[in-house]
Write a new protein. Structure first.
Length: 299
C-alpha cells in the first residue's frame, strides 16, 4: 500500500485495509487520508503529531486516528542514524465509514457505532489497560480474510466502544478541513520544526520555508494549528526535554537537557517548562521516579 502526502491509495477488493511494516523509521511526512486508522506500535518510540497536538508513543501503544486528521509518527532521532540497528514495527488498519463501508455503518444495528465515530471524530489514544487486548484483536483482523475479516473487525470495534476515559488526540474544535496543497505546505513547515527544534530557529527561518513574510506566516500558522509559532516550538522542545529527563541518559543533568532541546538559557528553559508542564524540571523528574517506583512496588 503506497502512502503519499494526504492521499491513501485503496485497493478495489477490500473494505478494511491492513498493513504490517518493519522499517528503519516511520513515514516522515505529515499526511492525512479519508480513512480512519488504527495503529499498534509493536516497536518504536517517538512523538505523534495529530492535528494541533503532540503525544509521546512507545512500544505497545495503540491509536485510533480520525478520518482526514493530519498526522505524523515522528520517530526519535536515533532511528535516523545509519547503522543504528534500530527498527520500527507497526500494524495498522484503515477503514472508511463514509466510503466503501458506508452501507455497513448505515445499518440500524450500527447506529451506536456510527455515533461513536462522530463523537470521537479526531480519534484517541487507547488507555494502557486496554492496549494489549486491542492489539491482539487488531492483529487477528490483519491475519484474516473474507467475511471472517469483517466479523473480527466488528468484534474489534465493539471493544473500542467499551473504552472509557480515552485521551483525545486533539481538541474537538480543531478543524481538519484543509486542501491538499495547504496540507503539503503545512507538512513542510512542521517537518522543518521537528528536524531543527534543537537549533536556533527564528521566525524568519521558518517563514522562508513557507515562502511567506513573517507576518503572513504568523497568521497562517495560528489559523491552521491553533497555536502561535513560538508556543508550538516550545512545546516540541519541552516534549523532547521531558523524554530525555527521565530516559536514564544524563537524567540528572537538567542544564544539558535544556541546551540539547534548543534552549540557550537555563532560566528560560525552567520558565517555559513550568508554563507547559505545570511544574519545574526537578519536580517533574522526582514525580516521575516516585510514581514509577510505586508502580514497581505494587507488581
Amino acid at each position: 500500500m503506497k502512502v503519499l502526502p494526504f492521499t491513501l491509495l485503496v485497493p478495489d477488493d477490500k473494505s478494511v485495509i491492513s498493513e504490517q511494516v518493519e522499517l528503519p523509521h516511520f513515514y516522515p511526512h505529515l499526511h492525512r487520508h479519508d480513512e480512519c486508522q488504527i495503529t499498534w506500535i509493536e516497536e518504536g518510540e517517538g512523538t505523534l503529531i495529530a492535528g494541533n497536538n503532540m503525544h509521546d508513543f512507545q512500544s505497545g501503544d495503540v491509536f485510533l486516528i480520525g478520518a482526514n486528521l493530519p498526522h505524523l509518527f515522528k520517530s526519535n532521532p536515533e532511528y535516523f542514524v545509519s547503522d543504528s540497528g534500530k527498527l520500527i514495527k507497526a500494524c495498522s488498519l484503515y477503514f472508511n465509514p463514509k466510503g466503501v463501508m458506508a452501507s455497513l455503518f448505515d445499518l440500524p444495528e450500527m447506529k451506536s457505532s456510527k455515533a461513536f465515530l462522530q463523537n470521537h471524530k479526531h480519534g484517541f489514544k487507547i488507555p494502557e489497560e486496554y492496549s494489549r487486548e486491542i492489539a491482539a484483536k487488531l492483529l487477528a483482523v490483519h491475519q484474516s480474510a473474507g467475511t471472517d475479516l469483517l466479523f473480527k473487525f466488528l468484534e474489534l470495534f465493539e471493544d473500542f466502544m467499551s473504552i472509557e476515559d480515552a485521551e483525545p488526540l486533539c481538541p474537538a474544535m480543531y478543524s481538519s478541513d484543509i486542501s491538499e496543497n495547504e496540507g503539503i505546505r503545512l507538512s513542510n513547515i512542521l517537518n522543518y520544526i521537528m528536524q531543527n527544534y534543537n537549533t536556533p530557529i527564528t521566525l524568519e527561518n521558518v517563514s522562508d520555508v513557507a515562502f511567506m513574510t513573517p507576518q503572513a506566516f504568523c497568521r497562517y500558522f495560528k489559523k491552521h494549528t491553533g497555536r502561535k509559532f513560538i508556543s508550538f516550538l516550545n512545546e516540541v522542545r519541552i516534549n523532547e526535554a521531558c523524554k530525555n529527563l527521565v530516559s536514564g541518559k544524563k537524567a540528572d543533568c537538567i542544564s544539558g537537557v535544556a541546551y540539547n532541546a534548543g534552549f540557550n538559557s537555563i532560566t528560560n528553559f525552567n520558565r517555559v517548562f513550568k508554563s507547559v508542564v505545570g511544574s519545574s524540571p526537578k519536580d517533574y523528574v522526582n514525580t516521575y521516579h516516585k510514581v514509577n517506583n510505586s508502580h514497581r512496588a505494587s507488581i
